[in-house]
Design a protein around this ligand. Structure first.
Ligand code: OOG
Ligand code: MG
Length: 260
């Protein structure tokens, strides 16, 4: 049995993604995998995708809400990378043939109007960098069996990233009360959960500030034009063939995922 390294971790996670099969936790076999090493694996995984032609378009936050932290059994937020290959065009079904066990979660999505570099970013300075706000959903698809992982596992796995979709019409953040913005999650027309924007760190802009400050410790700034997923407001719902999952936001609009 060869030893575990960043390279081997990335090889294994990319193979699982390509072959559409989940597997055990890396930390079960490599208990010394710490958070710094896991982020190195995440960056290496991104580098492989970029080498294969994908383009970085932003970042995602994960585990920013109590609902998500409780479900995944991890009480710390994390960040991951977004590439153009993850964009699910409006109205397109979630591609079940290309995924392992996808789940959908409602998120508030920002587009940055200017560069945002930590440390010292506050909720106010983060919000001031936001040009556009949209309703969105993320499709997460862990490369771990039953979405069972420790924090370093899910960090290395680019925070379970798979696809995301956003509403067509952006909203100007000025005048929005994002902490009070309500979101109703329905499955085949039945309400299964509700939340407000306050679910993510008290305010989605506080989640954005958290990302900017955390990334600055790795020498990374958020760039103008980048998309930022601020984290699932509620627990995620499994995608099934023909199942319709809608996130209805009070003022941001509605986004709908259909399994196909
Ligand atoms: C980890 C990714 C979490 C979110 O929005 O909280 C995430 C997972 O739940 O598999 O994307
Ligand atoms: Mg998410």
């Amino acid at each position: 049995m060869s030893v575990w390294t960043v390279e081997r971790t990335v090889d294994e996670l990319l193979r699982r993604e390509r072959e559409r099969r989940d597997g055990g936790r890396i930390t079960d076999e490599w208990p010394a995998l710490d958070l710094d090493t896991a982020y190195r694996a995440q960056d290496e995984l991104l580098a492989r995708k970029v080498a294969a032609g994908e383009r970085v378009i932003g970042v995602k936050l994960g585990l920013t809400s109590a609902a998500k932290q409780r479900r995944m059994g991890i009480d710390a937020p994390l960040t991951g990378w977004l590439t153009d290959a993850m964009v699910l065009p409006a109205g397109e079904p979630v591609p079940l043939a290309e995924t392992i066990h996808p789940r959908v979660e409602p998120e508030i999505v920002f587009t940055l109007g200017r560069r945002l570099a930590g440390p010292g970013v506050t909720e106010a300075s983060a919000l001031a960098a936001v040009a556009e706000v949209r309703a969105g959903f993320e499709v997460i698809d862990s490369r771990y069996r039953d979405f069972s992982f420790a924090l370093p596992d899910v960090v290395a796995d680019n925070a379970s990233s798979c696809r995301f979709a956003v509403s067509a019409d952006p909203v100007d953040p000025a005048g929005l009360d994002l902490a009070a913005e309500t979101c109703t999650l329905t499955v085949d027309g039945v309400v299964v959960d509700t939340a407000t924007g306050a679910a993510v760190q008290g305010h989605p802009a506080r989640a954005l500030a958290l990302a900017a400050n955390a990334l600055s410790r790795r020498g990374i700034a958020l760039e103008a034009g980048w998309t930022v997923l601020t984290g699932g407001l509620t627990d995620a719902v499994f995608v099934e063939p023909g199942r319709t999952i809608s996130a209805e936001f009070a003022t941001l609009g509605t986004v709908t995922a259909v399994g196909g």
